[in-house]
Design a protein around this ligand. Structure first.
Ligand code: SF4
Length: 289
């Protein structure tokens, strides 16, 4: 008897859930709604919303848009995006996640308190990621983004240093980088770190590892651009080498499910539950043939 379990803790975090709900509410009113960037790092969910009328635009298109309604997604935006919106008479539906918003405010406050040549703000995150651009924007572009330990040697040693993390980075990775930055900075300088990894991501890591261990085969459903997806999938793979990342039911090599007794389906904070359900159904259909 084949047992297929969907991880109850996988699926949209509250930031993404709220952004999608806001988009759906606006679309129900029948008005034209643009979204700056993919509303979620999941092409299939974006396609679903685009079929309901959501129009995804990039920054170039946004800059040329006038007199329209635009949704800002959970990742948040830098102040310059708000300035453009005001200049172009755009109505903003702001779905910035409250956790990201709070982090933006903290970074801005720290930058205002320390914006002199003797201090530096470091953000541990993925360079070019929308959330990171929003965070760096709070410092007028002066914060330094660190993606990996090898970049630490380039940091100034003789400055007071304040370290933050992109919300969707791994806590383990953040702690590692902080400990190396602390060794790098001159001991007579301040070096403060603030754990700003989102609990919705940090708390899932342990759970998903245990979930992965409890099944023979793991299918991790996630878009390729998802930052936390990469971290969560790596954990699955570490705990259960028989783990595969897929974007949709079409990606499942169904032959590998033959003869397997227990399959776990899980995903990232950007993976819709309905998509995991569709994966389960595809496996059931195949095995009932
Ligand atoms: S992962 Fe956390 S910070 Fe990021 S959108 Fe979700 S709830 Fe907000």
């Amino acid at each position: 008897m084949l047992n297929i379990e969907i991880d109850e803790h996988s699926g949209f975090c509250f930031g993404v859930t709220t952004a999608i709900k806001k988009a759906e509410e606006e679309l129900q009113k029948g008005e034209k709604l643009y979204c700056l960037g993919d509303i979620v790092h999941n092409r299939i969910e974006c396609d679903r919303l685009e079929k309901l009328g959501l129009i995804t635009i990039n920054y170039e298109e946004f800059c040329k848009l006038h007199n329209a309604k635009v949704l800002f997604r959970a990742h948040g935006e830098p102040p310059t995006t708000y300035e453009i919106a005001q200049k172009n008479n755009l109505e903003i539906i702001d779905a910035t996640c409250p956790v990201v918003l709070k982090l933006q405010q903290r970074i801005k406050k720290k930058w205002q308190e320390t914006s002199d040549d003797n201090s530096q703000i470091i953000i541990y995150g993925q360079s070019g990621h929308a959330e990171v651009l929003g965070l760096v924007g709070q410092t007028h572009g002066t914060a330094t983004v660190i993606e990996k330990s090898s970049q630490i040697s380039q940091l100034a040693k003789e400055k007071d240093t304040y370290i933050y993390s992109q919300t969707t980075k791994s806590l383990e990775g953040y702690k590692q980088v902080v400990s190396e930055i602390k060794k790098h900075i001159n001991p007579d300088k301040q070096c403060e770190s603030f754990n700003t990894v989102c609990g919705q991501v940090a708390n899932r890591l342990d759970g998903i590892g245990k979930f992965a261990q409890s099944h023979e085969l793991i299918l991790f459903v996630c878009g390729k651009k998802s930052s936390n997806g990469r971290i969560l999938f790596d954990e699955c793979k570490k705990m259960n080498p028989n783990s595969y990342q897929i974007e949709s039911p079409d990606d499942i090599d169904l032959s590998i499910t033959k003869g397997v007794k227990s399959i776990g389906i899980c995903g990232a904070t950007s993976t819709p539950k309905w998509l995991m359900e569709n994966c389960r159904q595809a496996i059931i259909n195949y095995n009932n043939k």
